[in-house]
Design a protein around this ligand. Sequence first.
Ligand code: ATP
Ligand code: MG
Length: 668
Amino acid sequence: MQRLEILARQLTAGSATNDRTPLLASRDVYDSMHRKSVEDPEGFWGELALGYHWQNKFPARGHMSYNTDVGRGKIDVQFFCGGTTNIAYNCLDRWVAAGRGDDPCVLWEGNDENERRTVTYRQMLEDVCRLSNWLTSRGVKKGDSVTIYLPMVAELPAAMLACARIGAVHSVVFAGFSAEALAQRIVDCQGKVVLTASGVMRGAKAVPLKAIVDDAAKLAAKGGQPVTSVLCLEVPSALRAANTPWDASRDVWWGDAIPIQPPTCPPVWLEAEDRSFLLYTSGSTGKPKGVVHSVGGYMVGVGESCRYLYDMRPGDVVFTTADCGWITGHSYLAYGPLLCGCTVVILGGIPTHPDGGRCWRMVERYKVRQFYTAPTLLRSLLQLGDAWPRQSDLSSLRILASAGEPMNEHAWHWFHEMIGGSRCPVVDTWWQTETGNGMITPLPATWFQAKAGAAGVPFFGVLPVILDPATGKELPGNAPAEGVLALRGVWPAMARTLYGDHERWEQVYFAPYKGYYFTGDGARRDEDGHYWITGRVDDVINVSGHRIGTAEVESSLTEHADCAEAAVIGVDHALKGQAIYAFVTLRGVDHQNDAMRKTLMDHVRKSIGPFAVPDTIHWAPALPKTRSGKIMRRVLRKIASGQEKELGDVSTLAEPGVVEMLIKLRGK
Ligand code: ATP
Ligand code: MG
């Protein structure tokens, strides 16, 4: 059956088809495909991969190998060995060659709702080729890193694809990061070339991106990584070229350099296991991790997840609200939908600007079929009231998707009923930067009984297990259980390593529980085999969808000369999901005042970015610690939220008097 389906796909690849035969027509189809995907991953993925263009075909057998057991040597995963391909070719050329060059590839809207642009597949291919040629002219070759620090313009996915076309490894850095954070990422990936813009409008505020890049380049040079070329897109609404700081020996304007490049560029055929891109995670454990993805495995895994989880077909209009600076923007805004021949809607401004109806008007305007968002945005939209979605015709919607953090039940029901008219499945998928594609998920099928707030069931190739946190032993079979979420086996789109630090890749993900991929999250499995994510095993704060590692904010605070120690926790926030709450111990108590608070907040703004600034700084002459010296965050959370009567077991607290002192200082 699967083979026939692939044949049918190849035959219909050229046209936006009306065929909507469900891919997962029954529980049996899902069960048998899932079974095959874990029993014979090589055969299963080998067949699905035939739906993509391979310049050299990989052999039907012997293309896959893996070791995920640190006890047995190096962690290594390989799929489609012997095959060569190119993701950009599969995203663009394939559709143009099939006669779809005039179909819209990107529908873009700026911060100002009247600023609109349509880019067809043919134009996108030409733009990408010109950019690839420019990169090559600057000496960028296969395997070289390129940093992309762009706002959400159509040029951002074009820049990603231009790198992919010539085998350069892009590192997209979210354009809200500060110069220091950008510099750290440039140094880590050894990137000589930066693609950026003069500035960006965020709501009513202009942010001068090029000036940030200039500062980052200075810092990167000090850190041993000179930036030799900066390509800068003029965004006149934010900052005109004439007012943009400039270094003529290094910088070139996009508008000058790109249009004069030839509009064709042959793709570089890459080995399936070559690196495709790297992406830094938020770095809850300190130094950000440069997660490295493969070419072939990432392409097939992401493309197939788009088809099976979000029912994306050629011609579908997909609106993903994520920024390309995060993995959702890579897999479900840029690469995945284009691999499926869809039209991608991009919103280049704040989704609630100028008002709460913006996203819904866009759904109506472009007849969006798949709407992919994150719980934080849903919570803000919900708060703005039902009148906004009611003003727009949302009847084109078929699939509502979400990822990034747990969705509370209230938001789930609002999404399902108010936005989806109770007709669209809510596909709230659990996954990670490292997993590449969706992992545990509700299925977009009428027979599937989704549960509000649950992540759902495993996607193909995924074998979730619940481990007992105390013993590390697997809690048996499919019985209800709660503990640490780990994954057995391998799947094509999983990351292959951390940039320049394979040992850290092994230590963080494979050493904690031998033979398993450790997710860092906790989960509960219910009696129907659905998984519920219970949160992080360690600590991370999610502020309006930006994941911020507590360790990163703490190390920024303690960088300041007057700060002796800091402990950062997340507290519930009605709109942002979580807000940052910092306990700070100063060197000398006489500066415990608002001026000092401001100094520390400014310091975090500069070293990480505005989104990481604590909402509250609570003076703490000392912190509650265990006898072994570990800060007891559990206790801090209770103090911050005024629940000091429920401190729980404090028998390991080194100095119990500290708690009382902190309670007295709350709000001071
Ligand atoms: P770092 O690894 O540096 O701490 P991060 O984990 O915040 O960064 P991501 O890879 O973007 O970066 O986020 C993945 C995490 O997001 C998951 O491990 C999980 O905690 C959470 N998550 C993602 N999707 C869901 C979901 N549908 N439901 C609940 N939690 C989710
Ligand atoms: Mg993570």
